[in-house]
Design a protein around this ligand. Structure first.
Ligand code: FAD
Length: 292
């Protein structure tokens, strides 16, 4: 099913993101994780592409397994940085062959050592244009409630509108730890006439190293309330895990209560954490599904 139709039919939509195992490890390593995540009944699962540069070949294979073996809807991420037209065409062909109907179209990050890497698509909007011209895929794209690191807020909104004009069907956010960024960005989008679903990407932070990497990578602001948790429990992994889950659940309940279309949980392939979050939001989710 096309994910845009899930957002039309249901509120809230709860989805998970997973990443393929590094190519040094067998692909089967992820299968048990997928089996267990599917037991939690997400509306769809997304599979990242090329994170760290080594797992590209695995995205379609894993997405295909989710869709065709588990009969669960899937969103395959695809980045275009450094890619030639023919590579993108080949991947679109593979997606079609595997019966995959949804793609998250991204630019990706330039490799640190080469900011001007050659490719046929400079921005995600060009990739979206290509996908829409050559396939019947449902297309999602990324947005940044705190602005993208390379651009200022206003320009970023302008370019986001370009992605929407090219036919993006829904948008998933970068992680954030203060819901007010999401709400104020949503308001700006509404003023600009962007009326496709804006989905909140939430990450449960369960270890201290993870947060350093995340903030370096995407620059999300750490609110004082969250910083206190990190400082207080950084030397006690179990306490930090409990507090990190509680923080993510609080964010999610607030977003759900405010009528968000969907929550996308960056699971980091952690089944126990995801399971606990789903348990704690179960009644709220059930009630909202009933009344929507
Ligand atoms: P774009 O929309 O192209 O924007 C990139 C920058 O260029 C922005 O600053 C934008 O304002 C600017 N810009 C856009 N158009 C123009 C224009 N015409 N002229 C000038 N400037 C312009 N990365 C991966 O490698 N693999 C993944 O699987 C992955 N999944 C992700 C999932 C989500 C939900 C999110 C939020 C991010 C993900 N990323 C992933 C990271 C993403 O690739 C990076 O954040 C990247 O830096 C930007 O990608 P984009 O698609 O938003 O780019």
């Amino acid at each position: 099913m096309k994910i845009k139709n899930i957002y039309k039919k249901k509120k809230p939509v709860i989805s998970f993101e997973i990443f393929p195992p590094n190519e040094r490890y067998p692909i089967e390593n992820i299968f048990e994780t997928i089996d267990k995540l599917i037991e939690l009944k997400p509306d769809f699962i997304s599979v990242t592409y090329g994170a760290g540069g080594t797992t590209r070949g695995r995205t379609v294979e894993i997405a295909s397994r989710i869709k065709n073996t588990h009969n669960t809807e899937v969103l395959a991420h695809l980045t275009c940085v450094g890619a030639k037209k023919i590579e993108i065409e080949n991947i679109l062909e593979e997606l079609k062959k595997e019966n995959i109907e949804n793609v998250l179209a991204l630019r990706g990050d330039f490799p640190k050592e080469n900011e001007s890497v050659e490719g046929d698509f400079r921005y995600a909007s060009k990739l979206i244009q290509k996908i829409k011209a050559e396939s019947d895929l449902c297309v999602g794209a990324a947005f940044y409630p705190e602005g993208h690191q390379e651009t200022n807020d206003l320009l970023d909104l302008f370019y986001l509108r370009e992605k929407v004009k090219e036919g993006t069907d829904f948008l998933i956010s970068q992680i954030f730890f203060d819901n007010d960024y999401f709400y104020s960005f949503k308001e700006k989008c509404e003023k600009l006439g962007i009326d496709i679903p804006l989905v909140a990407g939430i990450i449960p932070v369960t270890n201290a190293n993870q947060i350093k990497r995340i903030t370096e990578l995407c620059g999300s602001t750490i609110p004082l309330k969250f910083q206190k948790i990190l400082n207080r429990y950084e030397n006690n992994p179990e306490a930090l895990k409990e507090a990190g889950i509680a923080y993510a659940v609080e964010q999610i309940i607030d977003l759900l209560s405010s009528g968000v279309s969907g929550i996308h949980i960056y699971t980091m392939n952690k089944v126990d954490v995801t399971k606990e979050i789903m348990r704690r939001i179960e009644k709220v989710k059930e009630y909202l599904e009933e009344v929507s």
